[in-house]
Ligand binder design. Structure first.
Ligand SMILES: *Cc1c(COP(=O)(O)O)cnc(C)c1O
Length: 500
């Protein structure tokens, strides 16, 4: 088996400020052959500025090399497997990019009149309908810009419904396996958070839920499959318990990659959910770029959806602002349109059977990794894996090697690390999500790397503890980075060393 070796330029790249030398420029213009005009005299002094203090002066090739080198520092899905659990880092088919770059879409402006935006509106209406069909829900808003934003929108809808019924209620129930954004959302929406323990199989403890769910419960926020990668077997019973008390079921749909084309949340009792279009529907993400946290609801929550809503009037699409029960706008304009175009391109390129196939492949890949790694790593929840699998570092920890160390060592083997120490209910968690876009060869390379690291942890733990060895910067002081972040370069300030 050939192991992957990553090649890269080895020198560290200084900041442009540090390479600057006075008088260097990146362009040459011909001599001015018209009378010079003082811009301040024309525009006014307050509208012009002179030199920018300490602005770097460099040549064109230095600027090009600087940014090109920095671009090689990044790991990317186009380079290899990106097994970051819960993040669904799948390959983004290039057809999505081709469609998103069509002039009429890429240059569309939200202030264009409706009559000139019919194509864009049709795209959004078609996407809403497709997502409603995929989730089994009745209506969809495309406004929220990310998953957490979708959660916030969804819980506002729940609050609005309860308020309309005369009592906003006090509590939101959240399982201990939940993503951190769930309790944060509930708190921001003004609810108290109550924790529900998981049982030994990583599922919601039904008896505890039954006990904790009261007339004061606004909703349960549940991720299904949950963050342990396990499908909540009792999901319809869970929904019955909530509904019997007049409470709603909110589903965090970030893990829809395990369900698309196979199971629909609307069919198993979910009232409201968000989708991460930038996860399940392949838009590239990471680094804080644009996303989409579309929210799907059952009809009883539809009147509260953010305004405006798309409406078909005679032969054209129009925005309907006349929605008296709406929670209002949650974002400027209509959502991250470029992301919406990519998501629809992805859905239409696959078709129903293709989407189902993608899901089956995602499950197959995760289970292949689970089966191959089970002899080498502790697998605490012995339920069938869905689209991701969660191991613990228990075996390696006996040699002092923890999940974070194994993750760092993976970098030396040419892979992006898996998700470290999440979910919190698994001690020393290693959360691996391959997605459907990986072929067997890439999966085998990853498995080989993991097995090799498991052996290193026993034979030569120091090698793993000091990893990564192949990068420009090795371990950074994570505590200092969090407590005393240096976010701005200042002239004359001492630069922190690469390894301190
Ligand atoms: C990614 C994720 C979120 C948050 O989505 P963002 O788009 O990052 O805001 C919420 N819940 C789960 C389970 C996730 O995996």
């Amino acid at each position: 088996m050939i192991r992957k070796v990553r090649s890269h330029i080895t020198q560290n790249e200084p900041l442009l400020f540090e390479t600057s030398s006075p008088g260097k420029i990146g362009y040459q213009l011909p001599e001015l052959d018209v009378p010079a005009v003082d811009p301040a005299a024309v525009l006014g002094k307050e509208n012009t500025r002179g030199e920018i203090e300490d602005f770097p002066e460099i040549s064109e090739v230095e600027a090009i090399r600087h940014f090109t080198r920095l671009s090689t520092y990044n790991y990317a899905i186009d380079l290899g497997l990106y097994p970051l659990g819960s993040c669904t880092m799948k390959y983004n088919p290039r057809v999505n990019e081709a469609v998103a770059r069509i002039d009429g879409l890429a240059w569309a402006h939200p202030y264009q009149p409706e009559s000139l935006s019919q194509g864009a509106l049709e795209i959004m209406a078609t996407l809403e309908a497709a997502l409603a069909e995929i989730t089994g829900m009745d209506a969809v808003t495309l406004q929220p810009a990310a998953g957490a934003h979708g959660e916030f929108t969804g819980i506002q809808l729940v609050r609005a419904l309860h308020q309309a019924r005369g009592n906003a209620r006090k509590k939101v129930l959240i399982p201990d396996s939940a993503h951190g954004t769930n309790p944060a959302t509930a708190r921001m929406a003004g609810y108290e958070v109550e924790n529900i323990p998981s049982n030994e199989r990583g599922m919601i403890d039904i008896e505890a839920l039954d006990r904790l769910c009261t007339e004061d419960t606004a909703a349960l926020m549940i991720t299904n499959p949950n963050t342990v990668g396990v499908f909540e077997e009792n999901i319809t019973r869970i929904a019955e318990i909530l509904h019997a008390k007049g409470a709603m079921v909110y589903m965090d749909g970030a893990n829809m990659n395990a369900l698309v084309g196979i199971a629909r949340p609307g069919d198993f009792g979910v009232d409201v959910m968000h989708l991460n279009l930038h996860k399940t529907f392949s838009t590239p993400h990471g680094g804080g770029g644009p996303g989409s946290g579309a929210v799907a609801v059952k009809s009883h929550l539809e009147p509260f959806l953010p305004t405006p809503r798309l409406r078909r009037a005679e032969n054209a699409w129009t925005w309907d602002y006349d929605r008296p029960s709406s929670i209002g706008k949650v974002r400027a304009f209509y959502g991250n349109f470029g992301v919406l175009v990519r998501a629809l391109a992805y859905i239409m390129a696959h078709g129903g059977a293709g989407l189902r196939n993608a899901t089956m492949d995602a499950l197959l890949n995760a289970n292949y990794i689970r089966a191959k790694l089970e002899p080498h790593f502790e697998h605490p929840h012995r339920a069938p894996t869905m689209h991701e699998c969660v191991f613990s570092d228990e075996i390696q920890a006996r040699h002092g090697v923890r999940t974070g160390d194994i993750a760092k060592r993976l970098i030396d083997y040419g892979f992006h690390p898996y998700t470290v120490s999440f979910p919190l209910i698994v001690h020393g968690a290693m959360m691996i999500e391959p997605t459907e876009t990986e072929g067997k060869r890439e999966l085998d390379l990853f498995i080989d790397a993991m097995i090799s690291i498991a052996a290193e942890a026993v034979e030569n733990p120091e090698l793993v503890l000091k990893a990564p060895h192949s990068t420009r910067t090795s371990r950074v002081d994570e505590v200092m980075a969090a407590r005393k972040p240096i976010v701005r370069w200042k002239p004359g300030a001492e630069a922190p060393g690469a390894n301190d």
